[in-house]
Design a protein around this ligand. Structure first.
Ligand SMILES: Cc1cc2nc3c(=O)[nH]c(=O)nc-3n(C[C@H](O)[C@H](O)[C@H](O)COP(=O)(O)O)c2cc1C
Length: 329
């Protein structure tokens, strides 16, 4: 593993890594070189959901580097969304060619575009001359199979893309099976763009192993691994974490900030509890017994019970010293 010069990107996850989460993560943990916002998309009537607009508004994204993402299947939508983001001050926009969910792919969006290199080519050909910001791409290796990407490489090589983030699974696979490292290695040989690896990274050991496979990759995008352990970027960059008491305080402050911001934003306690349940579905993994930790949160039927569950979880939080500075630190 190279000692310096590698970058960590925080992957976008709809309903998890919104501006409230991103801002709190940047404030309490850091270690991330770029936060990617979940995609925004035009609705059937051409408008953009208020929640999507709120998520990319620049005043909600101060103090950390953020790249917004668009979901678009034609050049009209691509130009509309990219220009809107450009007008909001962003100098890079990421194009989502990875979303695997049928509601999206059936409309020829996300990984639903991957079997059609000609469509991708015409979207880029018509859009790029009409926008001024950098365009990066986040993609899977295909929709039906990982072989589809090999028909796309020539198209991608034709355009001035700032970088390509590849999650080497195909859309129909969703998150099943393993990420296909052999496909990533093959793509790396012929793609002329900066390439970023994404998929299933949860530890320094994972990165060290991937680094042996594709030596000159220097940027790693991580999603669920950071949601499960918000200290992960700090650990990967510094090799070491704060003392256990300090860690517990940081985690508590992180939770409380997120909770209070959602409490102000969301109407009604059931929305708030649902949102926090989603948060804990990953956050429980920093606790000694994730299953029990999450179960207590799920059982909380009102805010008083929620607070008791949170207090109970934090009281049980104790760290195994061995985990603080791993063997690679
Ligand atoms: C619930 C969920 C929502 C996601 N939303 C997005 C999204 O809006 N845009 C995107 O490019 N990827 C999205 N992804 C994919 C992640 O960004 C990432 O590529 C994937 O989780 C693999 O990386 P990981 O193993 O590090 O989590 C989503 C994934 C999940 C599980």
């Amino acid at each position: 593993m190279k000692e310096s010069g590698f970058k960590i990107y925080f992957a976008p996850l709809q309903e998890s890594t919104d501006y409230i989460y991103r801002g709190a993560h940047a404030k309490f943990f850091g270690g991330v070189d770029k936060y990617f916002a979940p995609y925004i998309v035009r609705q059937n009537d051409g408008t953009i959901k208020k929640s999507h607009l709120r998520d990319i508004r620049s005043e909600n994204n101060q103090g950390y580097p953020m790249v917004p993402q668009i979901l678009a299947g034609n050049s009209a939508d691509f130009i509309f969304l990219a220009r809107m983001l450009q007008d909001n001050g962003y100098d890079e926009v990421n194009w989502n060619l990875g979303c695997p969910y049928p509601m999206v792919t059936n409309k020829g969006l996300g990984s639903g575009l991957l079997p059609f290199p000609e469509r991708i080519k015409s979207v880029l050909e018509e859009s790029l001359p009409n926008i001024d910001c950098k365009i990066s791409v986040k993609m899977r290796a295909g929709l039906q199979s990982n072989e589809e990407i090999f028909k796309l490489i020539d198209v991608l090589n034709e355009f001035p893309l700032s970088e390509i983030i590849l999650h080497p699974r195909f859309g129909k696979q969703l998150y099943r099976g393993e990420a296909d490292e052999a496909v990533f290695a093959e793509v790396h040989k012929t793609l002329r763009h900066e390439l970023v690896y994404n998929g299933d990274i949860e530890s320094l050991e994972n990165i060290n192993r991937l680094n042996l496979l594709f030596g000159d990759i220097t940027t790693w995008m991580i999603g669920r691994g950071i949601l499960k352990n918000p200290f992960l970027p700090m650990l990967l960059k510094n090799g070491c974490l704060p003392e256990k008491e300090e860690k517990a305080i940081i985690l508590r402050n992180f939770h409380d900030e997120i909770f209070h911001k959602y409490a102000t934003l969301l109407s009604g306690s059931s929305h708030l509890l649902m949102r926090m349940e989603k948060f804990w579905s990953y956050f429980c993994f920093v606790f000694p017994d994730p299953h029990k930790t999450f179960k207590l949160i799920k059982k909380a039927a009102n805010l008083v019970k929620y607070e008791a569950a949170v207090n109970g979880n934090f009281q049980r939080l104790s760290y195994d010293e061995k985990d603080e500075c791993g063997p690679n630190s």
